[in-house]
Design a protein around this ligand. Structure first.
Ligand SMILES: Cc1ncc(COP(=O)(O)O)c(C=O)c1O
Length: 383
């Protein structure tokens, strides 16, 4: 099987696996216990927290561990909105039509719960799949408490101008703590260098299984003094923002996955992945009836998302699987259901059927030239 569905989930890096296994065996004590076993476990967690916070340019106490980006997005969005409702009569949330469902559905659920108090404003987006800073600026009012913009899209891989947006938001209302700026960084963190403070972010969500760490582990950056409430209650762990016994082995694994981002081989991997991706994309675009979804330049190096005039997404994904190639139709988070892609729908002409005729091909740092050739042969034969 040629696996080109790495934006759904990456394999685990061998060094990450080694550390997770070792910590699972050796550091099984509760990290919140006072005895030396507990101290060893908390030491592993502290080490991971130090690596990650140094990488992101944030303070040690500005990161909480979660079960993944879904939970991080929920804590960030629900926590900020519920807190704002305590002090504001009317609140507005600005977001894009191409967010992950864990952002869109969370915002919608709160709007349904507080219909008189919450307004959602959607930033217009064109076929590039990239938002414009001036379009966000045009939506801001003194009631805007949160702007949530995905850093890199999970389907089309387009990368948003997070630093420019952060700079504009910071200047908007310097006297007020609002608007806060959240970004879902689940897909971006493996390839995009980002210093969260320089980017003027207040909240940033991370997922382990998009960056060669296991599933079920993630993190959330919460800038110091951000007005936010906890949404679950318990033993006070993670500064009372995410109570529950910490998962020592998976946290150690996430730390290791971040450490691997600063070794020189990482830059080489990125270059290699981009070159392989470009090679496959150039060839696919020469096939009759194929077009690229989203901007070509500002996109993740591992991402291809193409529309096919003649074949539906589902038929392509199933036929590719039978031929030994794993790809996906949009986002795997909806797997099982045959749905049209709201992301592709948002960026394509209304009369087109791209939303039901697109596939995502996503490479990993382990993808070989031979696998790319194999993938091309299979897709060409299917199309
Ligand atoms: C952009 C984005 N956000 C959030 C998530 C959810 O992450 P997790 O599986 O860690 O909950 C995903 C997973 O596909 C994603 O791609």
């Amino acid at each position: 099987m040629t696996y080109l569905d790495n934006q759904s989930s990456t394999p685990i890096h061998p060094e990450v696996l080694k550390l997770v296994t070792q910590v699972m065996q050796d550091n099984f004590a509760n990290p919140h216990s006072q005895h030396s076993g507990g101290q060893q476990a908390i030491h592993s967690i502290d080490k991971a927290r130090r690596i990650i916070t140094e990488y992101l340019g944030i303070e040690f106490s500005e990161l909480i561990f979660t079960s993944g980006a879904t939970e991080s997005n929920n804590i960030a969005i629900q926590g900020v909105i519920l807190q704002a409702l305590q002090t504001q009569e009317q609140i507005e949330i600005i977001t894009t039509p191409i967010e992950h469902s864990s952002v869109i559905e969370t915002i919608k659920a709160l709007q349904i719960a507080y219909p008189e108090k919450i307004t959602i404003k959607i930033i217009p987006i064109d076929e590039t799949g990239i938002v414009k800073v001036q379009d966000i600026q045009a939506l801001l009012t003194e009631n805007t408490i949160l702007v949530s913009i995905i850093h890199a899209n999970n389907e089309i891989g387009t990368i948003q101008p997070i630093r420019d947006i952060g700079r504009m938001l910071k200047k908007y209302n310097p006297e007020s703590v609002y608007p806060l700026f959240h970004s879902d960084g689940a897909q971006a963190i493996w390839s995009e260098d980002i210093n969260l403070h320089y980017a003027n972010l207040d909240l940033y969500s991370i997922s382990g299984h998009k960056m060669y760490a296991p599933k079920g582990i993630g993190a959330l950056f919460i800038k110091k003094d951000t007005p936010i409430q906890a949404i679950t209650y318990g033993g006070g762990q993670e500064y009372a923002m995410r109570p529950g016994t910490l998962n020592t082995p998976l946290i150690a694994g996430l730390g290791e996955a971040f450490r691997l981002l600063i070794i020189p081989e990482h830059k080489e991997s990125l270059k290699r992945v981009r070159a392989l991706r470009d090679n496959l994309l150039d060839k696919l675009l020469q096939l009759e009836g194929i077009s690229l979804n989203g901007d070509r330049e500002n996109r993740l190096p591992q991402n291809i998302n193409i529309a096919s005039l003649h074949k539906s997404s589902d038929s392509l994904v199933i036929a590719a699987d039978l031929a030994g190639l794993a790809i996906s139709a949009g986002s795997a988070c909806h797997s099982g259901a045959t749905q049209e892609s709201y992301v592709i729908q948002a960026i394509s002409p209304p009369e087109s059927d791209y939303a039901t005729h697109s596939i995502r091909i996503s490479l990993s740092q382990y993808t070989s030239k031979e696998e790319i050739e194999e993938a091309y042969t299979i897709i060409k034969s299917l199309i």
